[in-house]
Design a protein around this ligand. Structure first.
Ligand SMILES: [Fe+2]
Length: 382
């Protein structure tokens, strides 16, 4: 029996952000979590302009860095405790959203963060009301019960029903200014969520439906969103795909791409989407023999003709389609600039095994196979 639980009130579409006026009132004190780039680009300002109209008090915490750590949680928590908010809003991609979730939960629960990071404790009290306003189409964190926080060189995903947002306000207009490279790499992250959810051991007919629609939308619109960021139709497709893939991964689990990208981001400071974009093709090639039929479906959803082919041949087309999407949307990066060399192979392979999502992967890799997949990826990206 599978569980499907999604308690988030989702508001989606152009102008959706204006619904904040109905959710926040003059008696509220709102703690807005964002990052310096979004403040400079005026995106957080669009949200605070709406908060101004509600008459609430608010403060903006914008010291968020990519791949948030337990140190960042500690310093931002001190600021939050000083402000005593009634609601928390995250404006941004996965990092502000994950941090906002954790702050909302810690504000009403007494244990230290470390107790909730793989140490057997769950949050007991409901979180402060948390509102997620994504500005990228990738993480899907606005609809998941997971927040990823780095701790002692391991990225630890904390899962709790208490971490679901009260509201996810998904407004594609907030995404039109996202630069092409970030559009591409966050979009490939969403594609990874959908493919890993669809082919993972935890998949179900319900999550398959969400994942398949996400794959199809990304195949249709990622390229356009990268080529013309102001195309609201493409942005809308990507925002919807990201949300659908987020739900699918949250309910079905992830796999080897995310297990490998964890140590790659922690040790070499790649962005999450960037690391997943790099790894997806090579992990798919490794997994092909274990889920050829589902990869064949992925190929068809990405527009490939599999008529007359075996499942394995059809599935191989999915790997090629993902490879083309990676190249055409401008994801390739020279890993030398991050200091990633073949010497990293053992660190990545060992780190992969500390990530719990490896257990959900359709094919169980050995450490040697993890090394090999990493080295194949590296050979094509330096
Ligand atoms: Fe991801």
């Amino acid at each position: 029996m599978k569980k499907f639980f999604l308690p988030v009130d989702v508001r989606f579409g152009e102008g959706a952000v204006n619904l904040l006026e109905k959710i926040v009132g003059p008696d509220d004190r709102v703690f807005v979590v964002s990052d310096p780039g979004l403040v400079a680009a005026g995106i957080s300002g669009k949200v605070t302009a709406i908060l101004d109209r509600t008459g609430c008090a608010f403060t903006v915490y914008s010291d968020v860095t990519p791949n948030p750590t337990s140190d960042l949680v500690a310093s931002s928590m001190e600021v939050l405790r000083g402000y005593q908010p009634t609601k928390v809003i995250a404006v941004g991609g996965g990092s502000p959203t994950d941090l906002g979730k954790i702050l909302s939960a810690l504000a009403t629960n007494s244990r230290p963060l470390a107790d909730y990071q793989w140490n057997g404790f769950d949050f007991e009290a409901p979180s402060l009301p948390f509102i997620a306003i994504p500005t990228t189409a990738g993480t899907g964190s606005e609809v998941t019960r997971c927040a990823v926080i780095g701790d002692k060189e391991v990225k630890k995903g904390i899962n709790s029903d208490k971490l679901f947002a009260a509201y996810a306000i998904i407004d594609p207009e907030l995404m039109t200014g996202l630069p092409p490279y970030l559009t591409a790499t966050t979009g490939m992250d969403a594609l990874t969520h959908a493919i890993e959810a669809f082919t993972g051991l935890g998949s179900s007919p319900v999550t398959d439906a969400w994942a398949k629609e996400a794959i199809s939308l990304i195949g249709k619109s990622l390229w356009t969103a990268c080529a013309d960021g102001s195309n609201v139709k493409a942005r809308t497709d990507m925002a919807l795909a990201s949300m659908l893939a987020g739900v699918a991964m949250d309910q079905a689990g992830l796999g080897m791409v995310h297990a490998m990208s964890g140590p790659l981001c922690t040790h070499y400071h790649l962005a999450h989407g960037e690391a997943n974009a790099l790894l997806l093709e090579y992990v798919m090639r490794f997994n092909l023999m274990s889920c050829a039929k589902k990869y064949r479906t992925v190929a068809e959803l990405l527009g490939c003709d599999t008529t007359g082919l075996s499942d394995f041949e059809g599935g191989a087309l999915a790997v090629e389609a993902v490879s083309r999407l990676f190249a055409e949307t401008g994801c390739p990066v020279d890993l030398k600039k991050y200091g990633v060399t073949a010497d990293a192979a053992d660190t990545i392979a060992e780190g992969t095994y500390k990530m719990y999502m490896i257990a959900n992967n359709p094919r169980k890799p050995s450490t040697a196979q993890c090394r090999q997949v990493f080295l194949e990826m590296l050979a094509h990206n330096q």
